[in-house]
Design a protein around this ligand. Sequence first.
Ligand code: TZP
Length: 208
Amino acid sequence: MMRPLHECRLYGIIDLGYVEACDAARIVEEMIEGGVDLIQLRGKSKSLGELTDLAAELHEVTAKSSTALIVNDHAEIGRRVPVEGVHVGQDDDSIETARQKAARAILVGKSTHSLEQARAAQSEGADYIGFGPIFATPTKPDYVPIGLEDIGRVHAEVSMPIFCIGGINIDNLQSVIDAGAKRVVMVSALLKAHNIVDYARCATDMLA
Ligand code: TZP
């Protein structure tokens, strides 16, 4: 059983732009051991079939733990693989369409890049949002960072879980927490860490 969403603090992403599919299961195991609460599978250049097969392989690993597996973009994967959720961007399916495609109760998260988009995602019925990029990030080079200033306001105005994202690492995590964040996503920082287990533990301890 996955940890209740409101108890989740650290969200990792298996981004196939950074890691090979053949290493994904090992990295998922390390993230789980380090206390990562949610893991997203993201592979912008992979086919639906490849992502479905990989999601099935990774879910066999996450199912033995309380860590949830979320797929990026393709809610229809949720029909074939018992993933816990799907994540959509601003230019992807609506929350409603994602729920229809999954055809069962599933978490639906949405990327937001401003206060206005965060409020809209709440009205649209998202279960959680990503909010960022907080800092400049090589993972999304074409996005203008929104900075730390709106983190307090978004937490005051939006009641669902908010995961701050974008350029967050162990060295700047405290500044994000001090700005009001309770939850974060780390992509490159975790994937490039020499020891993913220790790096994730350090982050989850800070977020506890
Ligand atoms: N959405 C906003 S920023 C971002 C996404 C997917 C990338 C975050 O990656 P990193 O490597 O943690 O900066």
